[in-house]
Ligand binder design. Sequence first.
Ligand code: FAD
Length: 442
Amino acid sequence: MDGNGERAQVVVLGGGISGLLAAWHLRQKGCDVVVWEAAEAPGGWAQTLPWPGPAGEPGWLERGPQGLLVGRGGALDRLLRALAIELRPSRPRGPRWLGKAGRRHPGPASLAGLLRAPGLGFGEKLRVLAEPFIPAGTGPDETLHAFFARRLGEGFARELLPALVAGVLAAPPERLGLEAAPRLKRLEAHGGLFLGGLRTGLERTRLPVGGTGALAQALALTLAERLGGVSTGRAARALEPLPDGRWRVHGEGLHVEAGAVILALPAAAAAALLRPFAPEAASELAAIPHLDLRLWHSRHPMVRGWERGLGLLVHPPEGRGLLGAVSFAADDPRGVPGLLQLRAYVGGAYPVDPALAAWPGVFRELRRWLPELGEAVQVREDACSGAFPLLEPGHGARVARVLEGLPQGLHWLGAARFGPGIPNLAEGVEAWAGALSMRGLT
Ligand SMILES: Cc1cc2nc3c(=O)[nH]c(=O)nc-3n(C[C@H](O)[C@H](O)[C@H](O)COP(=O)(O)OP(=O)(O)OC[C@H]3O[C@@H](n4cnc5c(N)ncnc54)[C@H](O)[C@@H]3O)c2cc1C
């Protein structure tokens, strides 16, 4: 090994939540693991970044999730406990709205919202309430639209589902397979959405003290306790198989050799590294569509009644590209005292009206649904290029083909494999690590 080389049992490429989780589980098994992260900080999309207030006050924004959906006894719950991450007590939440038919209505995920839902006839509302009596019957290539139409009726799937799905997955339910929301199959297996929710335990949005980025920080910190840990500013450029069956990862002017390489990267980046050895797996990975989203962060004078935060989902045909908006509660330590901190989502799989390319257009669109919103005192736009994998019907079969095509010693993890949410990643990586023997790793 020359002066520019390192050795490890395992190298993880990508220091987002998937890569950090993989490294953490491997460390728990006593494995010597290093992480290479291309960016200057670990966390990938899950980072809490400083955004000082108008007078330079401390303040933050979230690059990705604003909160974590934690189910009691689930993989994410276990992880947060193992890392001793302190969670803020969940407080009563502020209003949740659906923007539809030109005005806002109560959020469709509540019973009140359902009973007053626009566009749903009386029979269609009764059909929603009949959900517990619908037998299980998920087909392998069922779309999210077909799943909800089967369980809650066509009316719900037509009138309410598009906004709910756009607000979480940024794409139309007709284009998404059930892999995009892995929990649904489990709920159906436990009696349906209502009964399954009760039986498997309700999930609640929780906030780690310090923001959702605290999860990545805690993982990186435990990894740094031993040699190796997370090396930032290190982008993997190429892989080279060695004659003894191990792998060499090449970076800028340095390399690392390991018995196993974990590709915890966006699918396109994993495909680029795999192409010379596994062209078929690489083509499958490269064919997974990824969506671009734009986030507008803004701070406004506080509005009475919105102190506990607000959530707005917009029926996509009416949003012209605005999918929704969400705000911090007034006592959220990430915000600036006295100001309402809003985040608006634009784009995803939906065409964006050119007027929404700049803040005045976004603000006008927001005011259609939130007329109380005052002029912004601060605005910031962030592009999330390729942030969301679009898991189409048939995605499960594609994942299986990728896994079959991976050469010995190479592994692939990430949102495009397990589903695009941190709870899915926690569960997927935990199951992956649990099924590994150290011999099976290389
Ligand atoms: C706006 C937004 C809102 C979201 N909201 C939620 C939410 O409310 N709830 C939820 O659960 N999830 C949410 N998500 C999704 C969640 O944040 C992601 O699914 C998750 O963070 C993905 O983690 P990952 O590690 O798989 O990928 P990434 O975070 O993409 O990490 C991959 C890492 O690999 C690094 N990398 C790339 N190329 C190389 C290379 N060649 N060498 C080394 N490193 C490389 C990248 O720099 C990156 O750090 C949201 C995401 C976004 C963008």
